[in-house]
Design a protein around this ligand. Structure first.
Ligand code: SF4
Ligand code: SF4
Ligand code: FES
Length: 243
């Protein structure tokens, strides 16, 4: 059995992690861990190996392991990625794993996502209807109108986009590409009546006008979504006064 496990080891990696002390701020202590990995391993598998066998106090978020929950986004060799979807085999032998940029670090690789959720709630990421009395039936939507939401509803809230946005780095009050994408997802929904409220919030120096179309958000989105396109559509809707 031991021999079989040894044969399954395909490569040795050094995983470099800045260890931030809990709640203390300040500079991290950088630690290197050696991981002997099998061919199929992801960066998250390597972090699990470290936590389970080398450093039990290592803190990071993860849940689904299948690119669905959005918990495991981190900066890997300078690029925001879902660690559960990033194969070690696609990376060099030295892998630097850091917390998402631009957000306060709680401990090690865990960041405080509170400001991102607050920004999202400002744009009302849910269907707003003003029909009175409220409909007692399902609100129907034509296939054509349903198709208009494609590319805008699949967000898993991993924060990779906003954390890679230079406009967000410069202005922490900027609502961010994640919130703008969610805003457009509902503004574009034929069943929704809340566009006016959302566009009023976004028509602000900390709203869509903060975006300078740099496209970092598009490059890093693990779901191949296009927040920049959503932002452009929101800008157009504001200019046209469609609310
Ligand atoms: S396109 Fe806009 S939202 Fe996306 S990274 Fe650039 S400035 Fe940020
Ligand atoms: S738009 Fe993409 S990168 Fe941004 S939070 Fe959603 S899934 Fe993550
Ligand atoms: S653990 Fe859920 S997306 Fe990676």
């Amino acid at each position: 059995m031991i021999r079989q496990e040894q044969e399954a080891v395909m490569a040795r990696y050094t995983i470099r992690i800045p260890r931030y002390a809990s709640g203390e701020g300040g500079e991290p202590t950088v630690q290197d861990f050696t991981v002997e990995a099998q061919e199929s391993w992801t960066v998250l598998d390597a972090l699990n190996e470290i936590k389970w066998h080398q450093a039990g106090s290592l803190a990071y978020r993860r849940s689904c392991r299948h690119g669905i929950c959005g918990s495991c986004a981190m900066t890997v060799n300078g690029v925001n990625r879902l660690t559960c979807e990033t194969q070690l085999a696609s990376l060099p032998e030295l892998i630097v794993v850091e917390p998402l940029r631009g957000l306060p670090v709680i401990k090690d690789l865990v960041v405080d996502m509170g400001s991102l959720y607050e920004a999202m709630m400002l744009v009302q990421p849910y269907l707003v209807t003003r029909t009175t009395p409220p409909s007692d039936r399902e609100r129907l939507q034509s296939p054509v109108n349903r198709a208009k939401l494609d590319g805008f509803y699949e967000c898993i809230l991993c924060a990779s986009c906003t954390s890679s946005c230079p406009s967000f780095w410069a202005d922490k009050e900027y609502l961010g590409p994640h919130a703008c994408l969610w805003a457009w997802r509902f503004v574009a929904d034929s069943r929704d009546d809340g566009a006016g409220d959302r566009l009023s919030v976004l028509d602000d120096k900390h709203g869509v006008w903060r975006c300078h179309t740099i496209y970092n958000c598009v490059e890093v989105c693990p779901k191949s979504l296009n927040p920049t396109s959503a932002i452009s559509k929101l800008k157009r809707a504001i200019i046209k006064g469609k609310f």
